[in-house]
Design a protein around this ligand. Structure first.
Ligand code: BGC
Length: 365
């Protein structure tokens, strides 16, 4: 493999996989069912070469992270069963994670009319969460999540989206360097390709007025899927961008029985055994993300991956470990989806870690 130009190899692989590429049948990204050529783990693993550029070095602060999901991105905090607690941040820190991704539904806490003011009490609550993390030396990825209307009708919501970012970026402009912004979770439907590129570009320009150097994370359309990386166009001159993707393949395994995915009960019982072909599939997908990152000189962040609690725990642990280790071998930072709800690495009712998942994520801690 060392002797073959990676781009030629990828082209061959993509061409040979074309016929087995499944069209998207559910939300989230399309899946590769197998890959035809053996792809070894990149070597040396798990210490890939990281370019000596500031953004690559800063992106390492994210390291191994966890999403504080189902809390501030629910319609109201608590509506999906999670209210953030101070002790969660300490548990996360003590376990050995380096960062938290905080998904936030800003759009549900701001006026519908210009100037689209974000509620002060909501800002206070997000500030509290950000400060809990930063004060424990956890890097924070603060995103915009579940702005449902903008995915359907980007034109009508662009102005509001930008006004929200103007307020957020101004509000946090003096915060620690360890606070990173992420523009929008999983753009999809009408907000893909040019419409997403255009809006993302506008948001980056606007954020740069108040936060010239803060890392901004941007992901491709089609639910942050690897298959849309090639359509993502970022401002060349901006050297403080990190590119994210999400990974839930095989979808029928990770989302079996998920209440929000219609038809997913039919997938209950799907196992993941870590077979050669299953591992190859992850490597194949991550190789293409890695090649994209190298070609565009951007660090890569796997901002979400996880398998829902309706899958058997042995398969979940195997898959979680395989995804995390493969990501690390390619030099990606990552955040598990998520802390203490349906994919949880922590069980808040038992006040205990879900050890198979925690050990899969953090094997050396
Ligand atoms: C969504 C969650 C969902 C998860 C897995 C996230 O991006 O916001 O609602 O549970 O992906 O599907």
């Amino acid at each position: 493999m060392n002797k073959i130009c990676p781009f030629i190899l990828l082209t061959i692989l993509v061409m040979s996989c074309h016929s087995i590429y499944e069209p998207q049948q559910t939300p989230k990204q399309p899946s590769f069912t197998s890959s035809p050529t053996k792809i070894p783990m990149p070597s040396p693993a798990p210490s890939p070469t990281i370019p000596n550029k500031p953004i690559f070095q800063k992106s390492l602060w994210i390291g191994r992270g966890v999403n504080l999901g189902n809390a501030l991105e629910a319609p109201e905090e608590g509506a999906w069963g999670v209210v953030l607690q101070e002790e969660y941040f300490q548990l996360i820190k003590d376990a050995g994670f380096n960062s938290v991704r905080i998904p936030v539904r800003w759009s549900a806490h701001a006026d519908q009319q210009a100037p689209f003011t974000i509620q002060t009490a909501f800002f206070d609550r997000v500030d509290w969460a950000v400060n809990q993390a930063i004060s424990r030396d956890l890097t924070v990825v603060l995103n915009m999540h579940h702005y449902e209307e903008i995915y359907e009708d980007p034109k009508s919501h662009a102005q509001r989206f930008l006004a929200l970012w103007a307020q957020i970026s101004d509000h946090y402009k003096n915060y620690s360097d360890h606070l990173f912004f992420e523009l929008l979770n999983e753009p999809h439907n009408a907000l893909i390709l040019e419409s997403w590129n255009h809006l993302a570009q506008e948001a980056i320009t606007l954020i740069r007025k108040t936060n010239p150097d803060r890392p901004i994370i941007v992901g491709p359309g089609d639910w942050n899927s690897i298959s849309h990386l090639d359509y993502l166009k970022l401002p060349e001159e901006d050297q403080n961008l990190i590119v994210t993707f999400h990974y839930y393949q095989p979808f029928r395994f990770t989302h079996q029985g998920a209440e929000w995915v219609s038809g997913s009960n039919a997938w209950l019982g799907t196992r993941w055994n870590g077979s050669d072909i299953e591992l190859q599939s992850i490597r194949f997908d991550f190789l293409s993300a890695s090649l994209w990152g190298k070609a565009h000189n951007r660090p890569i962040y796997l901002g979400e991956f996880g398998a829902y609690s309706k899958a058997d725990i042995d398969s979940r642990a195997l898959w979680t470990s395989a995804v995390a280790r493969t990501a690390e071998a390619y030099g990606f930072t990552w955040a598990y989806w998520e802390f203490c709800a349906g994919f949880g690495v922590y069980d808040p009712s038992l006040r205990q870690w879900n050890l198979p998942i925690k050990n899969a994520l953090l094997p050396d801690e």
